[in-house]
Design a protein around this ligand. Sequence first.
Ligand code: RP5
Length: 163
Amino acid sequence: MKKNKALKVVIVMGSQSDYKTMKLAEKTLKNLGVKYETKIISAHRTPKRMYEFASSAKKNNIGAIIAGAGGSAHLPGMISALTTIPVLGVPIESKKLKGLDSLLSIVQMPKGIPVGTLAIGEDGAINAALLAASIIANNNLTIKKNLERLRLSQTKSVKKKPQ
Ligand code: RP5
């Protein structure tokens, strides 16, 4: 890993069809000023691409990986098996089982290879980005301040009474 270079987040997803959910992770990182890249990588359709990405992640200045996948969603776990960079899994809301299949596939990692699992769908994509930004913020004061500002504006936006 190169020193003195801001760490970036990489968002990966198993399919183009996941992008409508995962673009919310992009939007959230962009609003926080976090550097990111987005890629389609499938554990089963492009296994070599997955291996090359995960095994070279550390030398490419990646501070956190967000992996969205649906159905039998093994992408986050497979990436985590190949790197010690934190991997955040987003269960995509699948057509057949509404994302319960994705959630259980991602969350039930056997001990030894961790994946931080977020909520199913759009909330999960947004929270994965917020969590990735928090990881980057450990060594980046600007991102830390941006996160604190976001929390404050969120708190201020909650009205005391319903209208
Ligand atoms: C998974 O299969 C992807 O993450 C996606 O959620 C799901 C369906 O993919 P498509 O058939 O829409 O390409 O690998």
